[in-house]
Design a protein around this ligand. Structure first.
Ligand code: ZN
Length: 324
């Protein structure tokens, strides 16, 4: 019998996108930390012996200065996914035409930079819409990974609004950032969206702890580690045990700030956890991924998606979006 799989992905939110979301001046010149981040990430992943999916923002793939770093990731055997072109976390406000443009543009730049045609998508800030899923199917994508089934989304948004400098219009645009209460009601395990067009698309949600649906990605674990490493490890083990008990194969989410310390990205000092050094973060990164690897066969997103699609049980797990 083969071990349960778990997928690992990393949303490569760049320096400028954090600055933009936060409302900081200077993001327009698209400052990048690719040349600092990718060597750190590849070293950390190599030490664990795992291959993951990097979700890339199109505009970063288009920048000549980022291409060498991106190349090293695919040359090391990692996969790339589409994380939109502009990284605006309100894709649910886009028309279908705008979405088609957004996805195609990002895909083209990522293909040109890496030689890989993306087959999976994750929306910025967990934003998505039925039209987005239709566009992904039009372009031959095999999965979407834009949802985070948690009840804590509205709380995360409140915290973000409290720390960011935003105009009333910007607040309006970011109204559904980090998801709605409705997102919390959706399943943790992968399922099929049934779309108005009659087609269906595999959804691989970012895994939250089954039943209680609290977050279970590395940024949250790092946050817990600030109180106590013992607490963090206990929480991680509980999350893994819940997944195994409920038969959920986790999809584990990472971010650049899980590895980069305040010493490597000083412009982001206002972010929680950025007072930690890159060295401290790399140690926690290794420790957490090591435990996951002890329990699951860690794979990239498309490998996980194809394994799920090959199972007949997926047929019974569908959510109808026709009435939405
Ligand atoms: Zn992102």
């Amino acid at each position: 019998m083969s071990a349960s799989k778990a997928s690992v992905s990393l949303d490569v939110d760049n320096l400028w996108s954090y600055m933009k979301t936060h409302g900081d001046a200077g993001w327009e010149s698209r400052p990048s930390y690719y040349d600092v981040f990718f060597p750190a990430a590849l070293e950390a992943l190599d030490a664990l012996g795992i291959k993951i999916t990097f979700f890339i923002v199109g505009i970063d793939a288009a920048a000549e200065a980022n291409r060498a770093a991106l190349r090293t990731a695919v040359d090391a055997g990692h996969e790339v996914g589409n994380h939109s072109h502009e990284h605006e976390p309100w894709l649910h406000r886009y028309t279908r035409e705008q979405l088609a443009q957004e996805i195609a543009t990002a895909e083209g730049h990522i293909l040109a930079a890496t030689g890989q045609k993306t087959v999976g998508f994750r929306g910025p800030g967990f934003s998505w819409s039925p039209d987005l899923l239709e566009v992904l199917l039009d372009r031959g994508y095999i999965y979407d990974a834009s949802t985070l089934p948690t009840y804590l989304g509205p709380l995360a948004r409140a915290y973000y609004f409290w720390t960011a400098k935003l105009t009333p219009e910007q607040r309006e645009e970011r109204g559904a950032l980090f998801g709605t209460v409705r997102d919390g009601l959706r399943p943790v395990a992968p399922y099929r969206w049934r779309l108005p067009s009659g087609r269906s698309l595999l959804e691989i949600p970012v895994t939250t702890v089954p039943v209680i649906k609290t977050p279970f990605h590395l940024s949250y674990l790092l946050y817990l580690s600030r109180y106590s490493e013992t607490l963090m490890m206990a929480y991680l083990r509980t999350a893994i045990a819940s997944c195994r008990l409920m038969g959920v194969e986790p999809s584990f989410l990472l971010h650049p700030l899980d590895l980069l310390g305040g010493d490597q990205a000083p412009a982001l000092r206002f972010f929680p956890g950025m007072d930690l050094s890159g060295r401290v973060k790399a140690r926690t990164f290794h420790r957490v991924l090591r435990v996951l690897k002890d329990h699951f066969d860690l794979v990239n997103m498309s490998t996980h998606a194809r394994a799920i699609l090959s199972r007949p049980t997926l047929q019974d797990r569908a959510i109808d979006l026709c009435a939405a």
